[in-house]
Design a protein around this ligand. Structure first.
Ligand code: GTP
Ligand code: MG
Length: 378
């Protein structure tokens, strides 16, 4: 059963609706009733299913995959290519001429993991586990090393299932509000554009708020994304109060009976008191409109900054409550190991990873798929 059939068959009255290319359902009101009615479990299932489906236009029986974001594995493999190549060339050098995993190989492995930006704490944890396995199994050949490494890494990554699927359609029928924060240039605005596309592709009605009023270009940049994805954007003049924009956005989203609200904010440093106060104010003001808003606060981190990415996660989580992370720019860097370390060291799940600048270059973070791609020998 394909995704849409499965998705909609639960609502018997609409299961016969045809699909048109580029749209989930033809009838807007129908779409709304579906997205409001589906339970969290349904949506969870749908999001998981959505990763690997062919969309069939039932009127023509033609396949079209235009609706969904590109969550295909190849794009993750491509995005992580530099990281995995660099990792594997180091591993190959370390085990050349050696038949079993001994202390020397483990020392080299430790160095490789650290130089791949996995972070010292997580590296030591991994080495410790492999040492235990070597001690127990007595003989582990170097051929098996990457397999074992993969297993151990998967087991230390905190289970992210909750984060991936924590999109809850509010029981009180208010939109699900997601506030996006992070330092300058981390990829917040771009990720919002990609997320808007993703959620829209799931049949949800999305409204974006331009609460980065710091510079005019920020509003224009978001506007370009909103036009591309064809979702509503709420904005005010440059320099206006970001909290007021956030309030307007939620108000408008409630009126429009939207499902998801994505609020862009100006890049900020954790140690800039005024900017952090501004964030608190945005949260406070949102609550006036909906007591449980924002439902999520996502920290966007630039993965290509390596160890600095850890620092950003550490500092931001100290000063504001973060519900999940997006790690961007994993393409074009050999520092993809940060994802492994960050997911181990912070009790915050990774929700998406950014693997390029295009609209489809946003991947739901799935630890197994991620580690598979990271360990892909090309
Ligand atoms: N290669 C690559 N580039 C990315 C990715 N995500 C964002 N970018 C690029 O990073 C640059 C900054 O992205 P923005 O989305 O403007 O970052 P921001 O956090 O909104 O920046 P400020 O609003 O200035 O704080 C842009 O050129 C994006 O195209 C990614 O996953 N991969
Ligand atoms: Mg921005």
């Amino acid at each position: 059963m394909n995704f849409f059939n499965k998705f909609f068959s639960k609502k018997k009255k609409i299961s016969n609706q045809p699909l048109t290319e580029g749209k989930l359902v033809t009838d807007e009101s129908l779409k709304k009733s579906v997205s409001k009615e589906i339970s969290n479990t349904d949506l969870k299932e749908s999001i998981i299913e959505a990763k690997s489906i062919d969309v069939v236009d039932e009127t023509t029986n033609n396949k079209t995959d235009k609706v969904l974001v590109n969550t295909k594995k190849e794009s993750l493999n491509k995005g992580l290519k530099i990281s995995s190549q660099s990792f594997f060339s180091k591993i190959s050098k370390a085990i050349i001429g050696k038949s079993k995993v001994n202390d020397e190989v483990l020392d080299d492995l430790e160095e490789i993991l650290i130089s791949s930006d996995v972070g010292v704490k997580t590296t030591l944890k991994i080495i410790d586990r492999i040492e235990n396995r070597v001690a127990k199994d007595k003989y582990i050949s170097t051929d098996e090393l990457d397999l074992i490494l993969k297993e151990e890494i998967i087991s230390i990554i905190s289970d992210d299932e909750e984060s991936v699927n924590n999109l809850i359609i509010n029981k009180n029928n208010n939109p699900h509000v997601i506030l996006i924060v992070g330092v300058n240039g981390a990829g917040k605005t771009t990720s919002i554009g990609k997320m808007a596309n993703y959620y829209k592709s799931l049949g949800l009605k999305v409204v974006i708020g331009a609460a980065d009023t710091f510079r005019a270009a920020a509003i224009e940049q978001l506007e370009v994304w909103a036009n591309r994805v064809k979702v509503d954007l709420i904005k005010q003049e440059m320099g206006s109060d970001p909290a007021s924009v956030a309030f307007d956005t939620l108000e408008s989203a409630i009126k429009k009976d939207a499902d998801i609200v994505l609020i862009d904010t100006a890049g900020r440093l954790h140690n800039k008191v005024n900017l952090m106060n501004e964030l608190s104010k945005i949260k406070r003001v949102l609550k006036k409109k909906a007591f449980d808003a924002p439902n999520e606060v996502i920290l966007v981190i630039d993965g290509s900054t390596g160890q600095n990415a850890f620092e950003q996660a550490k500092q931001f989580t100290k000063v504001t409550e973060i519900t999940s992370l997006i790690i961007t720019k994993l393409d074009g860097t050999a520092k993809g190991g940060v994802v492994l370390g960050i997911s181990d060291q912070f009790q915050i799940p990774i929700k998406f990873v950014g693997v390029g600048e295009k609209i489809e270059d946003l991947q739901i973070f799935d630890k197994k798929e991620f580690v598979d791609s990271f360990f892909k020998k090309s």
